[in-house]
Design a protein around this ligand. Structure first.
Ligand SMILES: NC(=O)c1ccc[n+]([C@@H]2O[C@H](COP(=O)([O-])OP(=O)(O)OC[C@H]3O[C@@H](n4cnc5c(N)ncnc54)[C@H](OP(=O)(O)O)[C@@H]3O)[C@@H](O)[C@H]2O)c1
Length: 290
């Protein structure tokens, strides 16, 4: 039975762990805190609190894994936090599990293009922020040691959608002078992508964008939500401040992963919203109705 370590058993990590478990892999999950691990006690695989930034903690965890996924998240934070969680975390995992195939979940925020162009894995990566540069450094480390990098678009899925949360909270604005493409991907499609990548034994030193088929203008998302939920459109206005994931405007291509045979349950925003996300937000939507 192949064995996999999910280092960062959070939103994406749990869905991925569940999928590998269902497919017959022996799964072990790690979280940062013991409390988070304890909340996952009902999972059919063990989850432990192990801090990947702490080499001593990792060393006490014996185990041989065919594959290791680094999908721990810094939860935002500054460049130092990124460096700890992503770069040092990856280095510690690579040093401890040198014989395992390593996959790192990076981010499409490494593409800083602003002209709404399509970007592929070959496109330039010149992130304007130090945090983006740390992500790139981590990618280079993992690729240099024979690993795989997946660049995830904005993650959404059951009970998680930044756009919908903003819309429902009345915090959304439509800024026609500053509209931009939103690149997203459903949590379950990410899990399927990671499963596909780690089940291709010959893959190494490769980067794959993990994003759905349809980059969509932010204003279109809000129009769609307003119509679907029968609510007013967010007000017109000018967005202030920097975006969490950078001020880029690009359309991220998934053609490389598609060529590998990845198929999506939620290829477009509307399908993901209708079939998965809106139902999971139903109590919240009802509470907020008019
Ligand atoms: N969310 C997005 O839109 C997005 C977009 C692009 C890329 N990504 C990447 O996708 C990955 C997964 O994101 P997510 O949304 O699933 O994150 P998440 O829900 O916040 O979960 C993060 C998990 O990592 C664990 N963790 C954090 N620091 C750790 C450490 N030092 N050692 C061990 N475990 C640690 C957390 O444990 P605790 O619960 O104990 O804190 C939690 O289980 C991350 O690498 C993230 O950067 C996310």
């Amino acid at each position: 039975m192949p064995r996999i370590l999910i280092a960062g058993c959070g939103y994406v990590g749990q869905a991925t762990a569940d999928l590998f478990h269902a497919a017959g892999w022996a799964v072990e999950g790690w979280t940062l805190s013991g409390e988070s691990a304890a909340k996952l006690a009902a999972k059919p695989y063990p989850v432990y609190g192990v801090d990947i930034t702490d080499r001593a903690q990792i060393a006490t965890h014996a185990g041989v894994f065919n594959a290791v996924i680094h999908c721990a998240s810094s939860g935002g934070g500054d460049a130092d936090t990124y460096r700890q969680t992503y770069l040092n975390g990856a280095r510690n995992l690579l040093d401890r599990f040198g014989g395992s195939r390593m996959l790192f979940t990076s981010s499409t925020s490494v593409y800083a293009q602003r002209d709404a162009c399509w970007v592929t894995e070959e496109s330039q990566t010149e992130p304007g922020r130090e945090t983006g540069r740390v992500s790139l450094e981590t990618e280079e480390l993992v690729l240099g040691r024979g690993g795989i990098v997946s660049r995830l678009a904005g993650v959404y899925g059951p009970r998680r959608s930044a756009l919908l949360s903003k819309f429902l909270a009345g915090e959304a604005i439509v800024d026609p002078g500053n509209d931009r493409f939103v690149n997203q991907v459903h949590r379950d499609d990410i899990a399927a992508a990671l499963f596909l990548l780690l089940n291709r034994p010959s893959l190494s030193r490769e980067i794959y964008n993990v994003v759905d088929d349809q980059p969509i203008l932010q204003s279109e998302c809000y129009h769609w939500l307003a119509e679907k939920l029968n609510r007013p459109l967010p007000p017109l206005g000018k967005r202030e401040g920097e975006r969490k994931r950078g001020d880029s405007n690009k359309r991220v291509s998934n053609a490389k992963l598609r060529r590998l045979g990845w198929s999506l349950r939620y290829p477009r925003f509307a399908e993901a919203m209708e079939k998965s996300i809106l139902p999971s937000f139903a109590p919240f939507i009802l509470n907020r109705s008019h």
